[in-house]
Design a protein around this ligand. Sequence first.
Ligand code: ZN
Length: 315
Amino acid sequence: MHKQKIHVNDVGVRDGFQIEKKLMPTETKILLIDALTATGLAKIEATSFVHPKFVPNMADAETVLRAITRREGVLITAITPNIKGMERAIAVHTAGGRIDEMNLFMSASETHNMANVKRSTSQSLADFAVMVPMAKAVGIKLNGCVSTSFGCPFEGSVPEYRAMMFAEKYLEIGFDGITFADTTGMANPVQVERMMTDAKRRFPGTEITLHFHNTRGMGLANVIAGIRAGITSYDSSIAGLGGCPFAPGATGNICTEDLVNMLDDMGFESGVDIDRLLAVAVKIPAIVGHEVPGQVMKAGKTMHLHPIPKKLYEA
Ligand code: ZN
C-alpha cells in the first residue's frame, strides 16, 4: 500500500535554543544539527539572524552554517526578522555557508507584530518586498510564516481572514511556501481543520507548513486536524524544546520524536528513523540542563515491548 508522505522539519536548535537562558556552545549546535540531519528529516531550521543583543544564543549563526555537514535531501533553513539579518544571511550563503531556504515572519495580530519585531504589519510586508528579491537573486528559497495565525496572547482570537490575507500577500511578493504558526499554543483541532481546508482551497499547489506549540496539550491533535485538511508539512522540535515567552515554564514546540512515533503508528511515511531520533533526544536534557517535555523518549516507542511479568505464569 502506498503510504502518505508527511514532511517533518525540526526547529529545536532555533525555536528551542533561542529561549534557553544558558548560552549553548557553538560546537554543541553543530553536533546536534549533524545528528538531526542523519535521521532523515525534511528540513532543519539551523539558526536565526537576529541581533545578538536580543537573542544571544543565535550570535554564532555564520559559524554554525559554515561548519555543519550537508546531506542530500535535507534542507537547511534559517530565519530573520529584518533586512539587516537578510544581508548577513546572504553574505554567509555566498561564502560557503549555504542556506537552502529563508523563513521570514510577521504576525497576523498587529499587537504581536509590534511587540515581536517593533513594526506594523504593513512595515513588515514592505521589508519583505525588499528582502525576497535579494534572497532569490542568490538562489535561496523563501518561506513566509504568519505567526499568531490561530490566536494572539495580547488580542485573544485573531480574525481568521487575517492569516489568509497575509498568506495571499506573501504569495504576491514571491514567497515559495507559507507557514501558519500557532506561536503561543492557542489553536484547537476544529479551528485548524476549518482554517486549513480554507487555505488548501485558496492556495492550491503552494507548500503549506503548520507550526504548532504544545502549550496547552493540543499540539499533536492539531497535527491530525491539519492532516485531515490535507497539510503534509509540520514543524516540531527535538525533545519538545522551546517554550512560550508569555508563559514561563510552558511546554514548547510539538516534540519531533513524539510526532514521528505517532506518524509511524498511523501508517504515514515521514522518512525519519525513529531510533536515530530517540538517540539524539535522550541527550537533550544534559545539553540544556533541565527536564524536557518529550514523552516517547521516556516511555519508549509504542512497539517497544516488555517481557511478560513472571507472576502471570506463577498464578
Ligand atoms: Zn514557534
